[in-house]
Design a binder for this molecule. Structure first.
Ligand SMILES: Cc1ncc(COP(=O)(O)O)c(C=O)c1O
Length: 487
């Protein structure tokens, strides 16, 4: 054995190093800038050539940790409001470490009774948490994109059966296009899934009532009526990432019932409204859908990557994802085979972090976390309303605050330019992270609050930082000779 080969005694060094470094990192995480100003430079500073002789595990990991402080984006910390991103709770972090330690394959019982049992158990706890029917099937995937994929694969199978066809066996040849009906809140990932499933992005028909993206239920109903009983798939979004708006789930379920359509609800983060007494009404009727997708790495605060698909007719998952080979477990194996009801064969045991989180904090803990974030979002909304230079653009429905810098007397074009620059300035400043979007034609900031570490002080400070950077951006615009004043 050469000195380059992995050695057992390296493990002891690695464990000692990581225990010390993890403790130091978590101690600093609350105060670390989200992004270091030297992040790009540090990321590029790793040497490019493949080493002939290895440096050894401890030395390599120390280098990795040292560079990570600067080159990583500290999205697990309390000041990251970009996208919709949670951080790992202590229980989830520990379970993720155990997941790496055990290196399980969550494919089937034969590869890991632990992972399969905990996946099924956690999924049934989640159904309880979200008040979804106990008989629904579920499977863990990488996130809401793949959860949408799994749910829509089941919908596609259902649609084919209406024509007496098994789409996953025979394909679409000779069949009409699949009508997919949605509103403007449909997430880009759901549309991407239509492409991946061969349904096609262009199959998506949007029924939009107004520039906020609200669904036009009358137009949707007219269309369903016009189908004269032929099957369609409705995609509703429970919590969209621009302003946190919801499609009317219960009314969509009424339409799905009346016209015999499949109803899929994308509840990537919005399904968590279900656990909060103050927000539950937003997802009323979700148990009447045929499939529901939700993320773990957003509001449950388990580490990336983790998402859940729930489908009311598990048989369809079996049809969509069944496969077999002589060396694989027998299809008649009485033990569950997760690889045959979802897209992946090699699967990380994501269930360990989910089980540990739910076991550690329980239903009450999840509810408290969601309630806290709703309160924090309302607090932020109030601070925006109280500010003379900020303008709230949408109701704070749940955990997202959609607003812009607007000191007054500026036309829309200039406001859009300033807010775009403000968004960029915020990311390079690094104290806080939030993204921009376009809302009703206006460039807006859309901080999303889902991290368990975030507190009141972070919210107040974020508004101070935005105000400071907004004023600076406006001053720079003026200095650059561009006139910002209308008239
Ligand atoms: C409503 C909705 N659906 C789907 C997704 C995609 O989720 P993921 O990135 O976990 O695949 C997101 C991400 O923000 C989302 O907000």
């Amino acid at each position: 054995m050469t000195k380059n080969f992995p050695r057992h005694d390296e493990l002891k060094e690695v464990i000692t190093l990581l225990s010390k470094e993890a403790a130091a990192y978590f101690k600093k995480l609350d105060s670390l800038p989200v992004r270091d100003i030297k992040a790009d430079k540090t990321a590029k500073s790793f040497i490019k050539s493949l080493p002939e002789n290895g440096a050894g595990a401890a030395k390599s990991l120390k280098l990795l940790i040292d560079k990570s402080y600067s080159a990583a984006v500290h999205s697990a910390g309390p000041r990251f409001f970009h996208f919709v991103v949670g951080g790992s709770t202590p229980a989830a972090f520990g379970a993720d470490w155990i997941t790496s330690m055990l290196d399980q394959i969550a494919y089937a019982w034969v590869t890991s009774p632990l992972a399969v049992r905990l996946e099924l158990l956690s999924l049934s706890w989640l159904k309880e948490l979200f008040e979804l029917p106990a008989h629904w099937s579920g499977v863990m995937v990488t996130g809401a994109t793949m959860a949408n994929f799994v749910c829509l694969a089941a919908a596609r199978e259902w649609w084919g059966e209406k024509y007496g066809r098994g789409i996953s066996e025979e394909g679409f040849t000779g069949l009409p296009p699949v009508p997919v009906l949605s509103g403007d809140h449909i997430h880009a990932s759901a549309v991407k899934c239509l492409a991946m499933l061969g349904i096609g992005r262009a199959s998506d028909k949007k029924f939009i009532a107004d520039p906020s993206g609200r669904m036009d239920l009358n137009l949707l109903e007219d269309y369903l009526r016009g189908l004269k009983g032929s099957p369609a798939i409705i995609i509703g979004t429970a919590g969209e990432p621009n302003a946190g708006a919801f499609d009317p789930v219960d009314q969509l379920a009424d339409l799905a019932d009346k016209y015999g359509a499949w109803l899929h609800i994308d509840g990537a983060f919005g399904l968590f409204a279900r656990v909060s007494p103050s927000a539950k009404h937003l997802v009323k009727g979700v148990e009447r859908a045929h499939s529901v997708s939700v993320d773990g790495h957003k509001w449950l605060n388990v580490p990336y990557d983790c998402g859940f698909s729930f489908v009311n007719d598990g048989r369809l998952l079996g049809k969509a994802f069944a496969y077999n080979a002589a060396y694989l477990p027998d299809p008649d194996d009485p033990h569950p085979n997760m690889g045959s009801i979802g897209p992946e064969s090699s699967r990380r045991a994501r269930s360990l972090t989910v089980w540990a989180t739910l076991n550690a904090y329980g239903r009450k803990g999840v509810r408290e976390m969601v309630d806290k974030h709703i309160r924090l979002a309302r607090r932020m909304g109030q601070l925006v309303d109280d500010s003379p230079v900020l303008e709230r653009l949408a109701d704070v429905t749940l955990n997202i605050v959609c607003f812009r810098y607007n000191p007054g007397n500026l036309d829309e074009e200039k406001l859009n330019s300033i807010n775009k620059e403000l968004g960029e300035a915020l990311l390079s400043d690094g104290r806080y992270y939030a993204g921009t979007t376009t809302y009703k034609g206006m460039t807006a900031l859309r901080p999303a609050i889902v991290n368990w570490r975030t507190n009141e002080k972070n919210i107040d400070e974020f508004i101070d930082v935005i105000t400071e950077l907004g004023k600076k951006t406006e001053r720079n615009f003026r200095k650059s000779g561009k006139s910002l004043i209308v008239n």
